[in-house]
Design a binder for this molecule. Structure first.
Ligand code: ADP
Length: 463
């Protein structure tokens, strides 16, 4: 399954935040490292120069030696870098670093004599090796008689930039977490009207036009939501117009059609006066008018049910005797078509329903089952408890329904191609069944296999 809009939005926000925060962190880290290098270069040189300056007067004398040791001790406590004093012979005469003991040879006399103030950066230094080294000559009478070295190790330098790098990493994490949180809030705000629109379209697709989204946001989504509301309200108006129209027309047709049937029956009885064919012709008129009457009655019933006029008289119906009466009422038709009828119901099983309406629904299903099952087949009416519900099933061994037709079978006026080829109902029966079952708060499902039969399963609450 593709990830939803919400997760895609969060992922894209997160990606943008990570890239942006990482870029800012890299730039800041590089800039800060450069600044820190400049600071150390400057500070090391200043420190070496200051020491060289302070030692200049008595350099090389015993007093100067004491002075140098004292100054170095003080400096060692306050500076994160090392300092060493080198005399004219190139040996260390004092240092803040124990690894450079007095007397250690650090340079040749010529190197000391040529020393100038300078700062050197050693890019490949690792760990405890000097990374930046500053040299300041100690001069007397324009002659270089020693030098001071100041240096910072790679370790010390890295330790000085580490807090910033840590802060940047923390900030990066915080930015990502914040961006996830913000994008979740944003996505939620964006998704909730879309979800409501989806609910609306699903309910409209099921024929329920009463749903509205209401006010959402003042943007394109808000405009779409109000367009959908307008569409649902227009469809609701049309639906009510359609219902009223069907109801009114059926009502108006009922009396003239009934008059035509009565008149045709009278004429049929006198048919002998009009020649040999006339009885057959009158019989056709009577049969067709009867079909019209049935259709009109079904249309009026559907229209009454759909307009919400269905008032249920719920009572406790005992399944076994109720099914017995139902089967009895269709047995003549079944016998005529050569179809066996069977009933299965748990003894004592009761159904809470409007007896007349439930009988109407089951009659429709039984009539269909008999109509669409060839001679020699079987139709079974059964009921069983299923948790807090009762499951009623009408099963046949008939021609079945094509998979493509199944989703539309409960729509009003829907008939399969096969059913259209023969005379019969107008595709209203199952729509009535669905309305009756749903008015009871129940559900109706169909399963079918072409050539093997169909099963209509009603679930009604037992409470
Ligand atoms: P109709 O009055 O035309 O029977 P229904 O609404 O009762 O209308 O049924 C709609 C269509 O569903 C029928 O035309 C038929 O094609 C199909 N159908 C209903 N029940 C069965 C069944 N038991 N077996 C096969 N097809 C069925």
């Amino acid at each position: 399954m593709l990830p939803g809009i919400k997760s895609r939005l969060v992922a894209s926000h997160l990606a943008v935040a990570i890239v942006a925060a990482a870029a800012v962190s890299v730039v800041l880290s590089v800039a800060f490292t450069r600044l820190q290098v400049e600071y150390y270069k400057h500070a090391l040189l200043a420190s070496a120069l200051a020491l060289a300056d302070a030692l200049e007067t008595d350099f090389g004398t015993p007093h100067g030696q004491v002075q140098a040791r004292h100054a170095l001790r003080k400096l060692a406590a306050n500076r994160p870098w090392g300092l060493a004093v080198v005399n004219a012979t190139g040996t260390v005469s004092g240092s803040t670093d124990a690894s450079l003991p007095e007397g250690l040879c650090l340079a040749t006399p010529a190197e000391v004599a040529a020393a100038t103030r300078s700062v050197l950066l050693i890019p490949n230094a690792t760990g405890g090796e000097p990374y930046a080294v500053a040299v300041a000559p100690v001069e007397k009478s324009k002659r270089t008689i020693g030098m001071v070295r100041a240096w910072v190790t790679r370790q010390e330098f890295d330790a000085s930039v580490a807090p910033l790098k840590r802060t940047l990493t923390l900030a990066l994490g915080a930015v990502c977490a914040l961006s996830v949180l913000l994008s979740l809030i944003l996505a939620q705000a964006l998704i909730s009207p879309i979800r409501r629109m989806r609910q609306l379209s699903q309910r409209v697709a099921r024929g329920d036009f009463a749903i509205r989204i209401g006010r959402t946001t003042d943007d394109e989504l808000g405009a779409l939501a109000s367009d959908l509301d307008a569409m649902a309200s227009r469809l609701q108006d049309l639906e009510s117009l359609r219902r009223d129209f069907v109801g009114n027309v059926s009502h108006e047709l009922r009396s003239p059609v009934s008059n035509i049937r009565v008149t045709s029956e009278v004429l049929q009885r006198r048919a002998s006066q009009w020649g040999a064919d006339s009885e057959h012709l009158f019989q056709t008129i009577v049969l067709e008018t009867e079909r019209l009457e049935t259709l009109i009655a079904e249309l009026m019933e559907l229209s009454a049910i759909e307009s919400g006029a269905l008032q249920l008289q719920i009572e406790v119906v005992e399944a076994k005797p109720f099914f017995g009466e139902l089967i009895e009422s269709v047995s003549a038709l079944a016998d005529h078509r050569g179809i066996r009828l069977a009933v299965q119901a748990e003894p004592g099983l009761v159904i809470r329903a409007d007896r007349v309406r439930l009988e109407r629904a089951l009659r429709n299903l039984l009539d269909n089952a008999i109509k669409f099952t060839p001679a020699g087949g079987q139709v079974t009416l059964s009921a069983r408890t299923a948790g807090r519900e009762v499951e009623i099933e009408v099963a046949d061994t008939g021609e079945g329904i094509a998979t493509a037709d199944l989703p539309r079978i409960f729509e009003r006026f829907y008939r399969t191609d096969k059913a259209r080829q023969r005379k019969g109902g107008a595709g209203i029966g199952l729509a009535i069944v669905k309305h009756i079952v749903e008015a009871h708060g129940g559900t109706v499902r169909v399963s079918s296999e072409e050539g093997r039969g169909s099963k209509f399963c009603l679930r009604l609450s037992r409470d």
